[in-house]
Design a protein. Structure first.
Lengths: 402, 387
């Protein structure tokens, strides 16, 4: 089937809101090339479970496409239309399974050396959309906080080496009540700006007490989900004919209830948490990877205005097959290796934050938990400098947003 | 700072290459290749070619500049930087334009053609391999071409199914982890840390048949009893250490003229743990230096062997929003496609840096020219600086 053949019935399997939008924009979808449409549907099919920012983005994108005249559609999509697809892709059930289509399309583009052309087409399309965007005023400047190194008593390496050149490195930070004061800062922001899914706290272990206004995800709390998922994965791969692509298809179809997530949970948050494990690599076995990937996804998807992440020691390296099988009971931890993981995770946290609107005014802090070292980045913070002035974390938060 | 990545692919690749060259010049005191381009050091008589041996090591599975040759990464490669680079011809700009999966990329390196096979399928390369060209044209026995490969998924890397080449005419492939799995079956030894198959799809290990034959080969070819093998393996810490151990036994017992070793410890990066990725780079750096020392001390290899070290590809840049930095090699950006190559030993000019762009598929025709065979179906070009 090609996009021009789309009918209202084509979207019968979609959740209600997603179906409504698709049917309302049938004419728009029919005008677009097959190499592109499934990418759009991949986002749309999950509309009912998306964060508010994502919903708004989808609505604006489809509205922008709807407003295009025929000549503009031709101009916008010439590069996509030039991508050749295999017959198996054109006959694939891409309306019902857009994510799987996109994955197979990617493999086909690799194998036919069309990936660079596709990347260029996608980038040009993104640039066009970007030009149509109108800035959304928001008085609350974005704040990112990464707390690293829990349970590490000493570290001789060069800490925060990637971040230092972008801000000020403090060597006399008071660690007293550090985490508490950082969480208080997040709570204060959540109190002042009560938008849903705007203020987050992620913990690589068990979370400390915090306000209900903060959206929270914690690695330890999701242990039953991880274990259930790993058991399901093990069962699936032992089936004849199961391969990596088939497994991903199975995982993509899972619902929160399939892995024991309770039905009274927030459906948006439970889907988000499930995807952290089904789409992330290594999130199922290493808490440091889980925190890094979660921070990336919170910023990419929810565009959090405040994001506090706290890394915890991950389990020591063992054979992946063994880790995935969840064998050997109580895991031995690797605090110093986890600090190195977390330091890189903090750098990626800052990079992902800088990809969002308003990056010029955003603030970021990375702190070595329980110690005196922190790096602070913000519009008024000197770059590439070091300060040995005594300071506490509350003051640091106010400085990066000054 | 607003993060952007507006460089074109070619601009970014050139920048990566140029900075790598400058790092090397500063760190290892190497000179630019253009200044010393003279008659080929490989222009030797036929008698020398007969003794010529080539060892190829893929520095796997992919490492980036900032963790290796850039100033902030040099602490991770002390051996390559201080011991090997000064003795090598170093190519700063090697591009892989193919599919960035480890099996398919290694197959492309070995055929000199960008292969399009399914990276996760148990299939042979679609074009003749370097091993088939080598054995057919030079009339070499099967014992003269070997591959030491990391996972069961590589068991068909040694030969294609192409008419006129194909089964029985390629390299013998040894899978150390598979051997260890067979050797340790039923024994009370904890060798799990050496046995996991791969990091791209850790849940899948293709099932192979013929274990008894392989164990027999181990005893007859490597002169290694099953018990001694399992016992020694317990002293090793990683699959690549196991591969090196087997490669050294092969060099001692079989002395193949064409030996291909595929490392893959670095690919633990797929788990997202940066510290484990760095550990993998440091280990691979050490193992490459150990192999180079072995080449220089083994009588069959010393003085007549050329060693190639190159990654099969890089890893994603921190600044490509489509990826997740070091973790994967999925974006196809310049950082994931642009790598380097180090050539040491017989015929290689020492301490020279070349920034001429070459492709990873150029390896096969260049080795062919050195050893005296013609890879007729390769689409790569001769690297003039080598031949």
């Amino acid at each position: 089937m090609l996009p021009r053949d789309l009918k209202a019935e084509s979207f019968a399997s979609y959740p209600p809101e997603a179906r409504r939008i698709a049917i309302d924009h049938l004419e728009t979808l029919r005008r677009l090339p097959l190499s592109f449409v499934p990418s759009l549907l991949r986002e749309l099919i999950d509309y009912d479970y998306k964060f508010p920012v994502e919903r708004s983005t989808i609505e604006k994108e489809i509205s922008a496409l709807k407003s295009l005249k025929d000549a503009e559609v031709h101009e916008w999509f010439t590069e996509f239309a030039a991508i050749s697809l295999s017959s198996s892709l054109t006959t694939f059930s891409w309306v019902d399974l857009p994510a799987q289509f996109v994955e197979q399309e990617a493999a086909y583009l690799w194998s036919t050396h069309q990936l660079d052309s596709f990347r260029k087409a996608a980038k040009d399309y993104g640039d066009r959309l970007e030009r149509l965007k109108e800035p959304e005023p928001n008085d609350l400047r974005r704040l990112g906080i990464a707390v690293v190194g829990r349970d590490v008593s000493t570290y001789d390496g060069l800490l925060f080496k990637n971040l230092r050149k972008h801000g000020t490195y403090f060597t006399s930070v008071s660690p007293q009540n550090g985490l508490k004061s950082l969480l208080a800062a997040v709570e204060k922001r959540a109190e002042a700006d009560q938008a849903r899914y705007a203020h987050w706290y992620v913990d690589g272990g068990s979370p400390v007490a915090h306000s209900d206004r903060i959206t929270s995800v914690a690695y330890d709390a999701l242990a039953p989900v991880r274990n259930s998922l790993l058991k399901r994965m093990q069962a699936e791969i032992s089936r004849p004919g199961m391969g990596p692509e088939e497994l991903r298809t199975v995982l993509a179809r899972l619902n929160p209830a399939d892995v024991g997530m309770e039905g009274n949970m927030d459906p948006v948050l439970s889907r988000f948490q499930l995807k952290l494990f089904t789409e992330g690599s290594g999130t199922q076995i290493y808490s440091t990877t889980f925190v890094q990937w979660t921070s990336r996804e919170i910023l990419r998807r929810a565009q959090a205005r405040t994001l506090l992440v706290r890394y915890a020691p991950r389990q020591r390296q063992r054979p992946l097959n063994e880790l995935l099988a969840g064998e050997h009971g109580e895991a031995e931890l690797d605090p110093s290796g986890s600090l190195i993981d977390a330091e890189m995770g903090a750098y990626y946290h800052w990079i992902n934050q800088q990809r969002l609107p308003g990056s010029e005014g955003s603030g970021f802090i990375a702190w070595f938990e329980g110690h005196n070292q922190a790096v602070a980045i913000g519009p008024s913070m000197p770059r590439g400098t070091e300060s040995n002035s005594a300071i506490d974390l509350e003051r640091l938060v106010s400085l990066v947003l000054a | 700072m607003k993060v952007n990545h507006s460089f074109s692919h070619s601009e970014a690749a050139c920048l990566v290459s140029r900075t790598r060259r400058e790092f090397l010049r500063d760190a290892a005191g190497l000179v630019a290749g253009g200044a010393v381009l003279q008659a080929s050091p490989f222009a030797r008589g036929e008698s020398v070619r007969k003794k010529r041996k080539v060892v190829v090591v893929t520095f796997g599975g992919g490492a980036r500049d900032q963790e290796t040759f850039a100033p902030e990464g040099q602490e991770n490669i002390p051996h390559m930087l201080s011991e090997m680079a000064p003795q090598s011809s170093f190519f700063t700009h090697v591009t892989n334009k193919g599919i960035l999966g480890h099996y398919v990329a290694t197959a492309s390196l070995a055929t000199g053609v960008y292969e399009t096979l399914n990276n996760f399928a148990s299939v042979a390369p679609e074009h003749p391999t370097i091993f088939e060209y080598f054995r057919k044209e030079l009339k070499r026995p099967s014992s003269d071409a070997w591959v030491v490969a990391p996972s069961n998924g590589f068991h068909r890397i040694g030969e294609s199914e192409v008419r006129g080449f194909g089964p029985g005419q390629g390299a013998r492939v040894i899978l150390p982890k598979r051997l260890l799995g067979l050797a340790s079956a039923g024994r009370d030894v904890d060798l799990e840390h050496l046995l996991h198959d791969n990091y791209e799809t850790p849940l899948y290990t293709p099932v192979l048949a013929g274990g008894e034959v392989e164990l027999h080969q181990m005893e007859t070819i490597l002169k290694l009893s099953v018990g001694d093998f399992a016992s020694h393996a317990r002293t090793l810490s990683s699959p690549d250490e196991l591969s090196l151990y087997i490669a050294k036994r092969l060099m001692r017992e079989e002395a193949p003229s064409l030996l291909w070793i595929t490392m893959h410890d670095i690919d633990v990066a797929h788990s997202g743990a940066f510290s484990l990725y760095i550990d993998g780079i440091r280990r691979t750096d050490r193992l490459c230096a150990e192999l180079w020392k072995t080449i220089q001390t083994e009588p069959e290899y010393a003085g007549n062997t050329t060693m190639f070290v190159l990654p099969d590809f890089g890893r994603d840049s921190d600044f490509d929003a489509g990826g997740n930095g070091f973790q994967h090699h999925r974006t196809g950006d310049a950082a994931s496609r642009t790598t380097w190559m180090m050539v040491l030993g017989a015929g290689a000019r020492q301490g020279v840096v070349y920034d001429t762009p070459v492709q990873s598929i150029d390896l096969v025709p260049s080795i062919g020219a050195m050893m005296g065979f013609s890879p007729s179906q390769s689409s790569g070009k001769l690297i003039r600086e080598l031949v």
